[in-house]
Design a protein around this ligand. Structure first.
Ligand code: SF4
Ligand code: SF4
Length: 67
């Protein structure tokens, strides 16, 4: 199953990746990171299709996709 890995400390919480994930696999976290923003987390519900849209749209290259 494809998965993604998010660099939680690098993430600035812009939510662009959330907006492009057709499978709703990414959500805002409730905890602040070291930058003082709420990063996103991967909800591994097993339906990620590895499309990499989240990684492509991330302006800070915080997401890696594993197929
Ligand atoms: S690779 Fe595609 S399906 Fe998987 S989390 Fe990213 S946008 Fe969503
Ligand atoms: S697009 Fe990148 S910086 Fe923005 S919330 Fe997603 S992982 Fe974080």
């Amino acid at each position: 199953m494809p998965k993604i890995k998010i660099d939680r400390e690098k993430c600035k919480g812009c939510l662009l990746c959330v907006s492009v994930c057709s499978k709703n696999m990414i959500m805002a976290d409730g905890e602040l990171n070291k930058r003082g923003v709420k990063p996103v987390v991967f909800k591994d519900t097993g339906v990620c299709i590895g499309c990499a849209m989240c990684a492509v749209i991330c302006p800070d290259c915080c997401i890696e996709v594993w197929k």
